[in-house]
Design a binder for this molecule. Structure first.
Ligand code: MEV
Length: 439
């Protein structure tokens, strides 16, 4: 019976039993396997269970660090949670490369976040617009009880605008709210304020007799925050790049810059280029318990802001200088959410020196820039497969349950050969049968 009512009401073990009975023919090994990933400390497991719903077990993800990051003249080690091979290695290499050339620079260009109350108003547009300044005062006053703490921390509502969207959709308007949420990502705070604004708006339209029919459609934070923006950059004399992947500095710089320009004009390349950037950004975002879906959605919208999806990074080669930078909008938090709950998130923040949200924005932009540098450096010189394949080989070897001795042998063997699953399997079979014969 693959359909069930009230699944969420079952205990965790009952949920597993139902799943195993219906999808694994009751195989006890599957149940044991799922339970084997439970944390041994029941209090910690309870924390994980409560993050989400219908939690059965934990799904592991590699957690590592990329050391040697010189950012605004301070040394950092960046925690990264990512399953893809080569990403941490590329980050670490880029970190080291730039630490020998002045390091990364990062600056905050803005921290404003946005929320919207989307509504329709069938009625006198002018009346709505003329009454807006009174409405705005009432919205700000009427939501004070929600904003008082954020106001005290130096944040709160910065502005409220009435946006006429009727040129796009009949009778459609927005309250567009700009907010500062300090060290929290702010989605909960923003949504509470917006829902209160929606109530106050409804009440206002009736009380002021605005002669129209108002319908609140929805009130929600916008994950597009172009004014919550950070810039990270690196620069050095072209000659100081040295020989990169066998190329002399000028040739490398020109190829690198061309690769960035291609991603500035071609959406197909830009998508992969930006995906590589998010390899770096997301791994740090996940390690610090932030919302990588929000960060990605925002970055991709920003990448399309001029009407054509394009690179988030840019490169210039003027007056003998190599400059490479990223402007990245992202809303992150270092308080609230998972930050005080998830044991490894706490550790990540400690590794980063317990940063505030602005610092974390800077680290994320640096991670994205470093990752993109690492990818383009490989792509424009030796190609991506050389590094990728070594890690891929390790994954295949682990899958085939290779011993340490077999792994070392295979790594040596594939140094000058193309890795594939079949050749690795055949190699292991040969090694194993040779060992048997020798016995
Ligand atoms: C792979 O995860 C990321 C790259 O494809 C990025 C890029 O092509 O720039 C290597």
């Amino acid at each position: 019976m693959k359909q069930i009512n009230g699944y969420s009401k079952l205990t965790k073990e009952q949920k597993i039993d139902w799943l195993v009975a219906n999808y694994f023919k009751g195989d006890a090994c599957v149940k044991n396997e799922l339970m084997s990933y439970w944390h041994e400390d029941v209090r910690v497991q309870k924390i994980f269970d409560d993050f989400s719903e219908n939690t059965l077990t934990n799904m592991y993800m590699p957690y590592g660090v990329a050391p040697n990051f010189l950012i605004n003249d301070e040394w950092y080690c960046l925690p990264m949670a990512i399953e893809e091979s080569s990403v941490v290695a590329a980050m670490s290499n880029a970190g080291k490369f730039w630490s020998e050339r002045g390091g990364f620079h990062a600056e905050i260009l803005g921290t404003t976040k946005i929320g919207q109350v989307h509504f329709t108003f069938k009625g006198d547009k002018e009346k709505l617009k003329n009454n807006f300044s009174d409405l705005k005062i009432e919205l700000l006053e009427g939501s004070k009880y929600l904003t008082v703490n954020m106001d005290a921390r130096g944040g709160g509502v910065l502005d409220v605008e009435l946006v006429d969207m009727t040129q796009y959709l009949e009778d459609y308007y927005q309250l567009k709210v700009s907010l500062e949420t300090c060290d929290s990502m702010g989605a909960n705070f923003i949504n509470s304020v917006l829902e209160e604004y929606a109530n106050l708006l409804k009440e206002f339209v009736v009380r002021k007799n605005l002669d129209g029919e108002l319908k609140i459609i929805l009130s929600i934070v916008s994950n597009y925050t172009p004014d919550c923006l950070v810039r990270a950059s690196v620069e050095c004399k072209i000659e100081d790049l040295g020989i990169v992947g066998g190329l002399p500095p000028q040739e490398f710089a020109e190829k690198f810059s061309m690769a960035v320009k291609i991603a500035e004009v071609d959406p197909h390349r830009a998508t992969t280029h930006n995906k590589g950037i998010f390899n770096g950004v997301d791994s740090l975002i996940i390690a610090t318990g932030n919302d990588f879906r929000a960060v990605e959605a925002c970055g991709h919208t920003y990448a399309s802001r001029n009407g054509r999806y394009a690179s988030l990074t840019h490169c210039s080669l003027d007056n003998g200088m190599f400059k490479f930078w990223i402007d990245l909008p992202l809303a992150v938090g270092t308080v609230g959410g998972l930050t005080q709950l998830h044991p490894l998130v706490k550790r990540s923040l400690q590794i980063l020196g317990n940063p505030d949200a602005k610092q974390l924005m800077q680290f994320c932009a640096v991670a994205g820039l470093a990752q993109n540098f690492g990818a383009l450096r490989a792509l424009t010189t030796v190609g991506i497969q050389q590094g990728h394949m070594k890690m891929h080989l390790l994954n295949i070897l682990n899958y085939l349950e290779a011993t340490e001795e077999e792994k070392n042998h295979a790594l040596e063997y594939f140094k000058d050969k193309v890795v594939s699953f079949t050749t690795t399997r055949v190699l292991l079979e040969q090694l194993r049968s040779a060992k048997k014969t020798a016995k």
